[in-house]
Design a protein around this ligand. Structure first.
Ligand code: MN
Length: 257
């Protein structure tokens, strides 16, 4: 049988499961909130054009408005000034949108400390038991934050000192960008950087280093708990917005059962 035939047989026979890592996209989807004087993205919104009525008797459809960085979405290199000469979301090679993924589960640490940061040593320890990070693949960083995604306040977790959500240390972000073989990092939080990363040096190191290395980000993922530590195949499907800095994306994982 052909490779694609085997894949289809696995999907229909149940030996390959499709796990949806995408957050439902609606007016309630939490969005990043930057302090003044920075511009903010807007919530997803829609306008009904017709619903089997005088405006269109047999059809229902909407217009919608969304930011490029709303909900589960893909960060392209041009999103950051360090990656301004890199790919935009429409020029990312399509072959890269299907890639291996590993899951590093630090949900217990993030529950204990919302400002928890992934360090190089954490990744090295993970590699000691699971093998090397995948060449050209994704590092998916599980923090349990998807459990908060229904409640914007809990998801953003901000107080008078700013947002407190888990992320990646400056040195680990630099290492992932410049020394590790991964193509990108996927997270469950509103952005790839920690809530407190505005105060890091450099600020927002994940964005700065990863996108500056022509690597990618995926955010607001769900259901990472349903993936194995290694062996999943990730399909990320951002819209090819010409010149776009990112796009809401459907993100699926294929998992062997
Ligand atoms: Mn983004």
């Amino acid at each position: 049988m052909s490779v694609l035939g085997d894949l289809l047989a696995g999907l229909s026979g149940g030996s390959i499961e499709v796990v949806d890592l995408t957050a439902p996209l609606s007016e309630d989807t939490p969005i990043l909130q930057l302090p003044p004087p920075f511009a903010n993205t807007q919530h997803f919104s829609r306008t009904e054009l017709s619903r089997y009525d005088d405006r269109g008797p047999s059809w229902y459809w909407n217009d919608f408005t969304t930011g490029e960085h709303v909900g589960t979405h893909f960060d392209a290199p041009v999103h950051w000034v360090t990656g301004r000469d890199g790919d935009d979301v429409s020029t990312v090679a399509v072959g890269k949108l299907i890639a291996p993924a590993v899951v590093l589960d630090f949900a217990d640490s993030a529950v204990a400390d919302p400002d928890f940061l992934l360090e190089v040593d954490h990744v090295r320890e993970w590699e000691a038991s699971h093998g090397p990070l995948p060449d050209g693949g994704w590092l998916l960083y599980r923090t349990g934050w998807d459990a908060r995604s229904e409640d914007s306040d809990r998801f953003l977790n901000a107080n008078e000192t700013g947002p407190h959500t888990p992320g990646i240390s400056v040195e680990c972000a630099r290492w992932l960008a410049e020394e590790s073989p991964v193509m990108g990092v996927g997270v469950e939080t509103v952005g790839t950087d920690a809530g407190a990363a505005h105060s890091f040096e450099p600020a927002f190191p994940c964005h700065s280093f990863l996108l500056g290395a022509n690597k990618y980000g995926l955010t607001q993922l769900q259901n990472l708990a349903r993936l194995p530590a290694t062996g999943a195949l990730l399909i990320a499907a951002p819209l090819p917005i010409v010149g776009g800095s990112g796009s809401p994306s459907r993100v699926l994982a294929l998992v062997e059962r």
